[in-house]
Structure formats: C-alpha cells, structure tokens
Ligand binder design. Structure first.
Ligand code: FAS
Ligand code: PHB
Length: 406
C-alpha cells in the first residue's frame, strides 16, 4: 500500500540535514507532530561529506534523546588538538584547561545516516525528493502552508509552524521579505580543499597547521580513515589538484621534525568556499530559521554542525512550551538566544581562521603581528584556556558570556 502524502502537521520541517533531523526527534519526544520535507534523495543526503567534530554539549543532547549509540561505538573522544606554526607543534590539552570537557570526532554523514535510520524505524514522516518551493501564511496567527513538489505533483503541507532547516541555499530565508531581514557576511580570500583517504590518521588528535605556503588541517573519521584539508585560492578547480599534488602539499604544510604523513587512496575530494554569514532575526512570524539557513561559520572552528543543533534545541523547547501551554516567551526569545551563541561562534571561528590561514594580501608587518599572536596563543595560559573553552563549546544551558567564558 502506498503511504498517503501528509497534508497537515503541527511543525513543517524543511530539510533533512542535522538541524531538521535533530529537531524532528526533539519535537517527537515532546509529543509534537512534525513532517520533514527533503529535496534530495536518501543516498545523496547520506553521502555528503561535511563536518567532523561534535561538541560535548551536542553529544550530551544526543545521549538524552537516545540518538548517540553509534557516536559512542565509533566516535573518537579527543582531549585536545595540536596547533602548529612553522613546523613547531603545540598540544592544547582542552580536557585539562576546561575542567574535563572534550570533543568527539564523528562524521556528519554518519550522524545524518543514524538520524534518518532512527526516524524511519520509529515511523515518523520523512519525505525524500520533496522540494519545498514556496511558503505562505507566515504572519503569526495565520495559516502557514508549505508548497512542495513530490512525485511530480505540487502538494501543500498545512502547519502551525515552519522550521527552515534547509541550509544556506534553501527556500526559507529567501521567503522573508527583504525589509524584514538583515544579513551580515564576509567572504574569505581562500577556500578549503578537503579529502577523505583510506589511511590511518598520522596523528592521535587533530593538527591545525599554519605554514608560509598556507593552512593545512589533519583530521580523521576512524582509526583507518583520515580527513585532511588544504587552504587553496578561492575559485580553484578540483581537477587541478591530482592526489599526488594534494599529498605533497599536505606533507610540506604539516611537516614537523621526526614525523611523517602516511598516504592512502583518496575516496572523496571537494573544494568549499569560506564565508561567514548571519541573518537577523532568525524568526519571521511562524517561520523559524535554524542551522545553515540562518548562519554560516568558517569551518576552522568546527562550529557549523554544533550551532545547527544548538539552534534546534532552543526551538524545540520553545515550541514545546507554546504547544502545551500557549506560552510564547520562548518563541519570542528564540532569535536573540540563538544569535548570542552564533555571534560568539562567529567571533571564535573568524579569529581561529585569521590566526591559522595565510592571508594572500598580508604585508610583512601583518605577518609579524600574526606570528606574535600565534606564539601568544600557545604560550599564554589564559589564551590557551579561551581557545579550549571556545573549541569544546559551552554547555547548552550555561549563561554564555562573550568570548565563550561561562
Ligand atoms: P544542511 O545544509 O546540512 O541541510 C539542509 C538540508 O535541506 C539539505 O539536505 C538540503 O538538501 C535540504 N534542502 C535545501 N533546500 C530545500 C528545499 N527547498 N526543500 C527541501 N529540502 C531542502 N561544519 C563543521 O562544523 N565542520 C566542517 O568541517 C564543515 N565542513 C563543511 C563542508 C561543506 C562542503 C559544507 C557545505 C559545510 C560544512 N560544514 C562544516 C558546515 C555544515 O556541517 C553545516 O553546518 C551543517 O550541514 C548544517 O546543518 P543544516 O543546518 O541541517 O544544513
Ligand atoms: C573535520 O574533521 O571535517 C573537521 C574537523 C575540524 C574542523 C573542520 C573540519 O575545524
């Protein structure tokens, strides 16, 4: 029997990325009916190689909702990271500096795969190849409707609230009238070339390296799969980067005495532009933007995925209060609450990016200032503590102060 396409729900979620999928679980656990519309097919969504670092607060939220079995079975808990400058590698012991907080390395595509499997196994609505094309009735108290295309037919999903979890290029943010939204953005003068390689990581923890040829990052996905990145000029074509050139450049930029980089078959490679972006406010009547639809951070701080999950935690709690008692205070506070964490993450990610990347337009004076800041960061305990605090991220319910300090 072909399942009937839903026409009504309490919360219409656009997008089956981390934001939409986690939101769907949190709402279901609060007894709130929801439908996820995803424009791509399942295979595409589950194969996108993206983020790799989960903050402790993210893992704790997944624990609370029974979504973290594979994270604990296959994720790699790391106490720290290495910062490397001109061949000198320095360990930042985040567990010690933050009083016991850690990060978990676990690929976003694995997390998305886990969340999709859980949603389908528990019988919740998730429509693939269902592209939302327009939103209407979004004024608060109106009748929100998502028009979407599914199975070659234009359909309508009536809902009380719409969650725009459709990423930077989605339809949600673009549905807000220009006079009702303000955007802030910055394009960086470089991009990231990323590879996934079937080879054991050549370091026990992540290595962020500044080199006069450019930035490099050594990360991983498992004891047998490495994830590595190179700073490249914006607009580079992946076709101009054969595997040999990538490995040679990684070896140069990550070199440190007595260490070598193991190579292996490259199973995926792509180039991602680097930008910062924030839309304010994140709410427009019955439409709530969450995750990349509302903000983009440079990946240097490993914040994108974690911010998306932080947004939907705030949104789910606010919606639970509204649906259960009509209390709108959480919904009114959604945008300012999330924006405080978002701008803090922007600050950290932008700072980390400038600290670790070679600005092609930097003059000799600026390069000396950057070198002084790099030294200060790994020699001054307060600077290291601030970096550690920001990198592992604050607990979700902490009164976040500027600069990441609780
Ligand atoms: P997503 O973009 O993940 O999901 C949005 C979903 O909505 C997609 O599945 C899309 O198909 C769907 N959609 C779009 N329009 C739609 C429509 N009209 N109708 C229905 N569905 C629609 N972050 C890090 O922390 N570390 C990293 O290393 C890192 N690397 C990245 C590399 C790349 C190439 C990219 C693009 C991002 C990277 N990020 C990284 C950031 C990334 O992880 C995001 O923060 C994360 O995917 C945000 O999740 P969502 O907000 O759910 O958005
Ligand atoms: C990753 O493993 O994909 C990763 C890790 C740390 C970052 C960015 C990406 O800052």
């Amino acid at each position: 029997m072909v399942a009937k396409t839903p026409t009504r729900t309490q919360v219409g979620i656009i997008g089956a990325g981390p934001a939409g999928l986690v939101l769907g679980e949190l709402l279901a656990d609060a007894g709130i009916d929801n439908v996820i519309l995803e424009s791509r097919d399942r295979q595409y969504v589950e194969s996108r190689v993206r983020a790799g670092v989960l903050e402790q607060a993210t893992v704790e939220l997944l624990d609370k909702h029974g979504l973290s079995a594979n994270v604990h079975a296959h994720g790699l808990v790391h106490d720290g990271v290495y910062l490397q400058f001109h061949g000198e590698r320095h360990h930042i012991d985040m567990r010690r500096l933050t009083g016991g907080r850690t990060i978990t390395v676990y690929g976003q595509q694995e997390l998305v795969r886990d969340l999709i499997a859980h949603r389908l196994q528990t019988g919740k609505e998730l429509l693939f190849e269902a592209e939302a094309v327009s939103l209407s009735g979004m004024q608060w108290g109106g009748d929100p409707v998502i028009k979407f295309r599914h199975g070659g037919v234009e359909r309508r999903l009536a809902c009380r609230v719409i969650a725009g979890c459709d990423g930077f290029h989605g339809v949600s943010r673009r549905s807000i009238p220009a006079q009702d939204i303000t955007t802030f953005s910055r394009e960086f003068p470089y991009a990231w070339l990323g590879i996934l390689a079937e080879v054991a990581p050549s370091s026990n923890e992540l290595v962020y390296s500044f080199h006069e040829s450019g930035f490099a990052l050594l990360s991983m996905r498992s004891p047998s799969v490495s994830r590595l990145y190179l700073q490249v000029p914006p607009g580079e074509e992946i076709a101009d980067w054969p595997d040999e050139r990538i490995w040679s450049e990684l070896e140069v930029r990550l070199a440190t005495p007595g260490w070598n980089l193991e190579r292996g078959p490259v199973i995926e490679k792509s180039i991602t532009p680097m930008r910062s972006f924030v839309a304010e406010p994140l709410r427009h009547g019955s439409l709530f933007l969450a995750g990349d639809s509302g903000h983009i951070v440079p990946p240097t701080g490993a914040k994108g995925l974690n911010l998306a999950i932080a947004d939907v935690k705030v949104l789910a709690e606010a919606l639970a209060a509204w649906f259960s008692s009509g209390d709108e205070s959480g919904l009114d506070a959604y945008s300012p609450t999330c924006l405080k964490r978002i701008w803090n993450a922007q600050n950290f990610s932008t700072t980390m990016t400038s600290l670790m990347h070679l600005d092609p337009a930097a003059d000799p004076f600026s390069l000396r200032i950057q070198r002084a800041l790099q030294r200060f960061t790994v020699e001054n305990l307060n600077a290291m503590s601030a970096l550690a605090d920001n990198y592992v991220g604050p607990p979700f319910d902490s009164p976040l102060q500027e600069g990441g300090k609780r």
